[in-house]
Design a protein around this ligand. Structure first.
Ligand code: URA
Ligand code: SF4
Length: 217
């Protein structure tokens, strides 16, 4: 199945999912959107009121600020994949509960696998926790870290900057660093894939060698 077909399949499962209590109060689930071959994937917390109504991520006031942030990096929202750790709205925008995160996690993992982004940007504490458990966002925001086969950058949540004005310049500065980080990620991942190709070649060559006749003494 192509990445795009995979994402469509996941979205269709999400639209009828009843795996956690959030399905009871949703209007529309919000699977996420963007190009299947995006190099950058943004992961927020959960749909808010507007997202719940229209079934699309980050289209309310936090979304408007996110578009401004992406522009700092020379990006449009259609250049990146955007989704959330939970696909249905937690009422009153409360934090998703651990059992809700666990129930929805497989959809997110499947989306990450299908898209295979070079960089994941977590927006806010909750989605940061999936990749960097136990760290403080104030200490790591804007820094790129390798996590498995890709890189993760934790950013403050754009909605937080709408309530705390001091976070706004911090977010703008963090997003302005993104083009350089993306270039570094591309180079590092190209190096890693060259190394793994070389290892595969050595293994294949050694398997193809004539098996030596075992001498019976
Ligand atoms: N906040 C989020 O975390 N996600 C959205 O989709 C909208 C607001
Ligand atoms: Fe299913 Fe996720 Fe929605 Fe819960 S939040 S009902 S697990 S899609």
């Amino acid at each position: 199945m192509s990445a795009q077909d995979n994402l469509v399949q996941i979205a269709s499962e999400v639209s009828t999912c009843t795996n956690c209590i959030l399905h009871k109060t949703r209007i529309k689930s919000v699977p996420g959107e963007g190009p299947a071959n995006a190099e950058i994937m943004l992961i927020g917390e959960g749909p808010g009121a507007t997202e719940n109504e229209f079934g699309r991520p980050f289209i309310g006031s936090a979304g408007k600020f996110l578009v401004e942030l992406l522009a700092q990096a020379g990006l449009k929202r259609t250049d990146v994949w955007i989704c959330n750790v939970v696909k249905c709205r937690p009422l009153d925008n409360r934090d998703p509960l651990p059992d809700e995160l666990a129930a929805c996690n497989l959809y997110l993992d499947r989306q990450i696998e299908a898209i295979n982004p070079k960089i994941i940007i977590t927006l806010g504490r909750i989605s940061m926790g999936k990749f960097m458990p136990g760290v403080k966002i104030t200490q790591v925001h804007g820094q790129m870290r390798r996590v498995g086969d890709r890189f993760v950058i934790a950013m403050f949540h754009p909605a937080a900057a709408l309530h705390q004005a001091a976070l706004k310049p911090v977010l703008l500065a963090d997003f302005a660093k993104l083009p350089q980080q993306l270039e570094a990620a591309r180079q590092e991942l190209a190096k890693l894939s060259a190394i793994s190709d070389a290892v595969v070649r050595v293994i294949n060559d050694s398997l193809e060698e004539e098996p030596k006749q075992m001498k019976l003494l």
